[in-house]
Design a protein around this ligand. Structure first.
Ligand SMILES: *Cc1c(COP(=O)(O)O)cnc(C)c1O
Length: 230
C-alpha cells in the first residue's frame, strides 16, 4: 500500500520532470531528485529506499541516524548547519547543500582537512534577499569569490542552492531561478578550471518544474512525494 502509493507519486514527479525537460530541451538524465524525508515516517522512508536512492534531510542529527540505518542511500543535508555539527555532517552526508557563510565554509575546510576528505558542497544563496532566509547574498558571493575559492581548497564547490519565496504561483519563482543560474555563470567564469559549478539545487514540490526549465540539476521534493500517505 505505502509502496504502491510512493511508486505512483515518484512516477508522477518523474513524468513532470521529463515534461519540463522536453519544454526546455534538457536531458532528464541531468536532473537528480532529492527525496526530502524530513517529515516522513520511518516506515515510508524504508519503503522509499526500495525505489529511490538520493534522500535529503534538514537536520544533521536525523540525517546521521537515518544514514546509519540506510547506508546505501545517498543522504544530502539541505537544512541549516551549525558549526558544532560540521563533523557529524561530514561523516554522514554525501553532499551539503546549505553552506550559507564564509565562517561555515572555514569550519568545513578545517574538519575536511582533518578527516582527509574533499566533500562536495553547494553554496546557499539568498537570491530573493528576504530577511527570513539564510544564505550568501548575491553581492557577497561576487565580492568574496576569490576568498571563497581559497578557503574551499579542501572541498569541491559543486554549485549553488536556493529557495524561491513562498507563493501559490509556481511562475513567480522563475526570476529567482534564472538569477541563480546567471550568478553561477558569472562566478564560473571567474573560477580556475578545477572548479565546476555544475549543480543548481533549486525547486521544491510547488515549483520544481519551473526550476528544471531554468536549469536545476537537483530538485528537492518532500510533500509531493509523500502525498496521500498518513
Ligand atoms: C522541506 C524542504 C524541501 C522540500 O519541500 P516540499 O515543499 O515539501 O517539497 C526542500 N528544500 C528545503 C531546504 C527544505 O527544507
Amino acid at each position: 500500500m505505502i509502496e504502491s502509493r510512493l511508486q505512483q507519486n515518484l512516477q508522477q514527479i518523474q513524468f513532470q520532470i521529463a515534461e519540463a525537460c522536453r519544454r526546455s530541451s534538457r536531458d532528464p538524465g541531468d536532473i537528480r531528485l532529492v527525496a526530502v524525508t524530513k517529515y516522513a515516517q520511518w516506515e515510508w522512508v524504508t519503503a522509499l529506499a526500495g525505489l529511490h536512492s538520493v534522500f535529503g534531510e534538514n537536520r544533521p542529527q536525523q540525517l546521521a541516524e537515518r544514514q546509519q540505518l540506510l547506508p546505501d542511500v545517498q543522504w544530502h543535508l539541505i537544512g541549516q548547519l551549525q558549526r558544532n555539527k560540521v563533523r557529524l555532517a561530514l561523516q554522514h552526508a554525501a553532499c551539503i547543500h546549505s553552506v550559507d557563510s564564509l565562517k561555515l565554509l572555514e569550519r568545513i575546510a578545517l574538519i575536511a582537512e582533518e578527516l582527509n576528505i574533499r566533500p562536495p558542497v553547494l553554496l546557499e544563496v539568498n537570491i530573493s534577499g528576504e530577511e527570513s532566509k539564510s544564505g550568501f547574498s548575491a553581492a557577497e558571493l561576487r565580492s568574496c569569490w576569490d576568498q571563497i575559492i581559497d578557503v574551499a581548497r579542501h572541498m569541491q564547490i559543486s554549485g549553488m542552492m536556493t529557495m524561491a519565496p513562498a507563493s501559490d504561483d509556481p511562475q513567480a519563482a522563475r526570476p529567482y531561478f534564472t538569477a541563480l543560474r546567471e550568478l553561477r555563470d558569472v562566478l564560473q567564469q571567474r573560477s580556475p578550471a578545477e572548479i565546476c559549478l555544475n549543480e543548481l539545487s533549486m525547486g521544491m514540490s510547488g515549483d520544481f518544474e519551473i526550476a528544471v526549465e531554468e536549469g536545476a540539476t537537483l530538485v528537492r521534493i518532500g510533500s509531493a512525494l509523500f502525498e496521500g500517505l498518513d
